[in-house]
Design a protein. Sequence first.
Length: 352
Amino acid sequence: MSVFDHPEFDNHEHVAFYHDEKAGLSAIIAVHNTNLGPALGGCRMWPYVNSGEALTDVLRLSKGMTYKAAMANLELGGGKSVIIGDPRKVKSPEMMQAMGKFVESLGGKYFTAEDSGISVTDLQTMATESDYIAGVKAQYHYAGEVPDGNPAPSTAYGVFVGLKATVEYGLKRSLDGVSVAIQGMGHVGYRLAKHLHEHGAKLYVADIYPEGVEKAVAELGATAVAPEEILSLDVDVLAPCALGAAINDQTLPAIKAKVIAGAANNQLAREDIGELLQKRGILYAPDYVINAGGVIDIFHQRMESSSNEALRTHIEQIGDTLKEIYTRAEQEGAATNRVANVIAEERFSIKG
Ligand code: NAD
């Protein structure tokens, strides 16, 4: 299998493969770019059908982290790791220890954290073998909730701040009375709904499971909507907070909202959907910019001298970054997702 000719290979600095037969570990770490600082990115454990599929994922995701860190004003680069295997079937403490050794072997060029299939407990096991495990310490919080290592509250606060900035820019109004449809009442979606409710927004919520929706109806006065109807609701704002590719060729024609601002990763099925949104006069908050609260949180938790206030202030910069993107997109007549990519590239191309 070739790495340098791989379609997802894009000047990655370092791609490492690791196998520990005794521990049952087959894993890949990809470090995309460290110009701004050491690479940070979660460890994903997934039953990839083969190592080629795992390589595709790790190359693509590590590059995405470089862009995310650059746009979040973090002195970090982008990296990612993947473990091949079903986390419910083959994960073991020995495997997590071996993964810790693998991360350690890169000598601090790459820090790992949580992703699908990897829990805080797994990271704690990795941390017995490596100093480069993030997401295990929780000392600061922007407000309210007791820190427990879960970055979702910070992600949700960042999405709230970003959604507010997008409404101000695109609809020229405050959140009071704005109608918002939220797809997904999970860790981030529910917390976003709470912030919006506190600022006078009218909420419409959907999930494929009833618990989160019932809670939002009872506690936040939200209106429950069927999952198949949430994206096409006649509302001001659509907030995708479930899975990726919510905005695709099938869903796009029915979208009536004039703002799309949500937490989900990879919301656009393809990059050129950005231009289609622009043509329809829909202002799109680039996903990796608006959902960076979690990575900002992980960064601050590792700092010796941060504070709740510093974390909060850093997350609030998401609103300013989005306004910078919208202004430039308007000046250049370009789609917001493209402008975000260009600004990120300008930032991380300069060696720190
Ligand atoms: P979660 O799993 O807690 O919540 C997702 C919710 O979406 C679940 O309740 C699920 O039942 C629901 N859902 C799935 N398919 C749906 C559908 N078709 N219609 C309606 N609801 C559906 O995940 P989360 O932590 O809240 O993350 C939400 C999104 O934000 C994900 O895309 C995630 O990658 C992204 N994100 C999360 C964080 C974080 O800190 N948790 C950070 C950055 C990005």
